[in-house]
Ligand binder design. Sequence first.
Ligand code: UDX
Length: 444
Amino acid sequence: MHIIMIGTGYVGLVSGACFSKFGTNVVCVDKDITKIEALQNNRMPIYEPYLDDLVFDNIKEKRLFFTTDLKIAMKDADIVFIAVGTPNLHSENYADLNYVYDAAREIAQFLTTRYTIVAIKSTVPVGTSRKIKNIIREFRPDADFDVVSNPEFLREGSAINDFMHPDRIIIGVETDRSMEIMKRLYSVLYLIDTPIVFTSLETSELIKYATNTFLATKVTFINEIADLCEAVGADVHDVARGIGLDGRIGKKFLHPGPGYGGSCFPKDTLALVKIARDRGAPLRIIETVISINDERKQRMVNKIITACSGSVSGKTIAVLGLTFKPNTDDIRDSPSLEIVPALQKAGALIRVFDPKGMEKARHMFVDVTFCENVYKTLQSADAMVVLTEWDEFRALDFTLIKSLLKNPILVDLRNIYDPSNMVASGFHYTSIGRSSVQRNDVNQ
Ligand code: UDX
């Protein structure tokens, strides 16, 4: 089977490389010649664990190719995936579909007489797949094609594993012919009992949005519960464990933090509430989730300022972690993008380090000192703040850290350290949803 993947971002590149690992012949197409040349020379335009090996191996096996020329690529295509970005149009809280529609028009132009499936993998507002079908039909009333919706559920940082071991595959179809071909494409996963849900185009699109907005709601729920834990002296991790053992709740996505970020949750929650409001079926819970998450960043800034005795003016704050989550270089809508400038506005001088995000961060932060490692970042800082739970921040030399910091103040916004250990090591330790018993507060 020959497939085309239009778009070589987090979704397109990972999906294309994984499909080629199944033995499918994949051509990844992108307009960005620098990206394509980098990929042809096995330089990854994004950081995703193990992606470079996966791409390199399949290029070597001559199952994975990269080009800017869609016309040539489409010659033998059975399925053409649209996996281009749908960034948020912040002005109207809509998903920007220009790249998607451009791709649809280009596909229409190059469709051959061969039956072709056009599969939408990008996250698109409900009804978009049908619009794409109409666009192509209008351009090419003669063409023999079907449109399917095939959203993905990959998480950055674990995208390859998520692709290879999905909880389910969702496919919106309108014909038996397209259903059979999609079944064949996913047969490798089907064989290992991965459920495939065939449904309508609109339902498939809504399943994607409903999944992400529900997960964003779950994260926001535990974040609010964490704040309540601080108020009543409870432990949020024990609460998360206690409720997560209920099969109806499940233990995942119950880790408190500075708020959700990334290229999906913020965009998808905004897009869905916009669609819902426009269709007269407002999603008020999700609207509330969005405002709680937006406010949370300032709450975190206040927590940091409180930990610094009420002011950060003229103080140096060492920030560890800029990406929106670990194991990615992605900083899009990361909490750091609001927390760092807010600290600067309060008069703080900022030193930063991130294991993978530094290159992208250089374009997104101003007047911060980019440091080459954790300990250099902490040198002479008045406080240390952990924003992203990178594994390499978990087992640091705290004796050394205490000697580097001007004051042993540690604000852990991802709860990666144990409060009692930190207090025993002499830190003024603040975290989320846990009582931070300080040495001098403990009855001797
Ligand atoms: C998400 C969805 O999980 C994935 O299925 C979809 O395809 C794309 O969007 P991603 O954005 O890569 O994936 O990251 P995810 O791991 O879901 O985390 C999203 C945000 O929620 C991050 O900012 C993360 O820090 C936060 N989060 C997640 C929490 O704060 N607590 C949690 O328990 C889980």
